[in-house]
Design a protein around this ligand. Structure first.
Ligand code: AMP
Ligand code: MG
Length: 407
């Protein structure tokens, strides 16, 4: 069937999930529980922001026209503090003492910083001119009442929490978390509680996948280990397809006991691809059956983890209600020459080092860590990113700018 190039495979996942995802269900949560959830409703301003013309400096609220020529002597007629306005109007050659965050009183149109003034009794000498509007944020200039502030589909971070709090939201409508079934396969795979026999492998994939699913704020549903036997695999896949997304690991290569695709086909599955020109992770399978999407992730632990990051993570973001799911790559300089056989886009475990504070003077440097193939979990624990080697590249040179995907 179809082996796609990396970008094509990514676009396929995004298009299929965007167009084929089930209707999203909203639920109400308290503001404090909403962090990292996806907003299910648009949020509008309940008042003007700022709600009054706000002084941004301590000083004196004046009419700019009165201080066009300096020094100018103005009569101090009152005080405005944060939370307590001055109720009168500033007339010609008058001023009001004002603190940062206070409302600029009627009549005044600018604030002179206290540093440019001297006070004597009720008189204030202004030594520097100000333009109208200076040191004042006009009412409604950040947002007018009823304006859209946050759209549905936005992931709630700390800035969104601040915005929701600023409009007085104590509860928020967010999309229900997608449920992601996790089904490792393999006769050699045993649970953690079991002491593995000489040819058995502990089920680390289920654990890393649960961690990755939880890190995108989805609900992991570990289903236990499916043996390489059609009848049992069929039962467990049927259970997994009741979730929003099914992640299988293993059983997608060409071996006699790689049964995942065959059994999925029995569910009238639609396969969008069953291979991607990437390393690690080439035998990746993506499709849909019974309304649920599935990924057949290759069983080698690095392949499982990388293909999750490249494909399943964005798919889950979309199933969570986000409108799109870009991968954010960083740019870094390669530490030393790298040669390899072209043809696959590689994601090599790598270490990003250097002074990230000043990318011009000392850009981050990336070097691949030593790894012994896609079973080598330890190599990934020594890495903090994946170095991306473009499909056609045979050689990358020391000092060259390369893309890295942080992990
Ligand atoms: P497969 O893709 O089924 O051919 O699996 C490839 C290799 O990945 C196996 O030989 C195992 O060493 C390893 N593997 C498969 N499933 C798991 C798992 N659940 N946890 C850890 N390693 C696994
Ligand atoms: Mg297997």
């Amino acid at each position: 069937m179809a082996i796609l190039k990396f970008q094509h495979a990514r676009e396929t996942v995004i298009e299929q999930v965007q167009s084929g995802r089930r209707a999203l269900t909203p639920e109400a949560v308290s503001l404090s529980e909403s962090l990292e959830r996806v907003l299910a409703e648009p949020v509008h301003a309940d008042r003007d922001f700022p709600p009054f013309p706000r002084a941004t400096r301590d000083g004196f609220a004046v009419r700019a026209a009165d201080v066009g020529r300096v020094p100018a002597s103005l009569r101090r007629i009152g005080e405005a503090r944060a939370g307590v306005a001055f109720s009168g109007t500033v007339g010609a050659r008058e001023c009001v003492e004002i603190m940062t965050g206070a409302a600029v009183p009627a009549g005044a149109d600018a604030v002179v910083m206290v540093e440019y003034t001297a006070e004597r009794d009720e008189w204030v000498e202004v030594k520097q001119s100000v333009a109208a509007g200076q040191n004042v944020v006009p009412q409604g200039s950040e947002s007018r009442r009823d304006n859209l502030l946050l759209s549905a589909g936005r992931r709630i971070g700390y800035a969104e929490i601040a915005m929701l709090a600023a409009v007085g939201r104590q509860t928020v409508s967010v999309y229900r978390k997608p449920r992601v079934a996790i089904l490792p396969t393999g006769d050699e795979v045993v649970e953690l509680a079991v002491t593995p026999g000489p040819y058995q492998i502990r089920n680390s994939n289920s654990c890393s996948l649960q961690a990755q699913v939880a890190s995108v704020q989805a609900v992991p549903l570990p289903l236990g280990i499916a043996p390489d036997r059609e009848d049992r695999l069929r039962e467990m896949i049927a259970e997994g397809l009741r979730a929003d997304l099914l992640l299988l690991s293993g059983g997608v290569s060409m071996g006699k006991f790689d049964l995942v695709e065959k059994v999925l086909a029995d569910f009238q599955a639609e396969f969008f691809f069953d291979g991607v020109a990437i390393q690690p992770g080439r035998p990746l399978v993506f499709g849909r059956a019974q309304g649920a999407f599935f990924f057949g992730l290759p069983g080698n632990p690095l392949s499982t983890m990388v293909t999750f990051e490249l494909f399943a993570r964005p798919a889950i973001a979309l199933l969570s209600g986000e409108p799109d799911a870009p991968l954010l790559f960083l740019r870094a300089r390669l530490a030393k020459d790298l040669r390899r056989k072209p043809g696959l886009t590689a994601f090599l475990p790598a270490l990003l080092e250097g002074n990230h504070d000043d990318p011009v003077v000392s850009p981050p440097i990336v070097s691949p860590v030593e790894w012994k193939g896609s079973g080598d979990i330890a190599s990934l624990t020594r890495a903090n990113c994946f170095l991306v080697v473009p499909e056609a590249a045979e050689e990358l040179r020391e000092g060259e700018w390369v893309s890295v995907l942080p992990r």
